[in-house]
Design a binder for this molecule. Sequence first.
Ligand code: BTN
Length: 260
Amino acid sequence: MNTLTDEKIRSYLKYSGDIALTVYKTTDSTNLRAKEAALMGTPSLSVFAAESQSAGRGRLGRSFYSPTDTGLYMTMLIRVKPGALLNLATIYAGTAVSKAIEGCCGLQTKLKWVNDVFVRGKKVCGILAEAVTGKNGIEAIVIGIGVNVKTPQGGFPDEIKDIAGALDTDVSRAELCAAITDELIILSELDFYPEALEYYRARNLLLGMDVEYTLSGQKSHGIVFGIDDAGALLIQKENGDTCALSYGEATIGSKNVKHA
Ligand code: BTN
């Protein structure tokens, strides 16, 4: 696949302001690079992108498969106002990635709460938003995005082959990186406009599905009926009780009933 360079990314960028872009052939994790930079005072909207990662990080302490040539791994550092919510940052990032993929590739996306983008029923992108805290609380959020642009030769490793998919279109990593950057900048400049939440809700993969989740250490399941304004997943249990899941994971349950 085409190499990822600063020049190529900038040739696709629509944003006319000044942004710092650091592109690595390989690094351990672009989120770690961005967090390091945040602590050194690097300005908002700086982007760190890599052709491969040796220690790609996923949510809930998992690793993220980051081979060279077939994926795009990028992190944007955004300085935020006090009180920013990580869940919402992840939701806005999902919206930005979805818009970029639909715009560049002409594909339809679905968003699986809270951090996955799906195409053709498979996860093509994972998002890891992490807070950088200083003496005034959260000072910045780093939004890490990993996209499977092409299916690796020989396919995905066994552990993820049932869930992982790729865009598999002609889009280059540079074009996609620029499009995601532009969409993230639009959202952050609009102070994460609520319209993004509506966009996300309209593509909620889990809506009407029976999901399994863990809340306060207790495993449970229920039907998803929405996402609240703080970005939590709304679930109705069999006994009629409802809950708002703001952390953790909801996996598609065995009942898997999709209501019309
Ligand atoms: C997940 O699926 O659990 C989230 C995966 C996030 C992966 C991206 S790749 C770029 C950035 N750097 C990392 O180490 N992780 C994120």
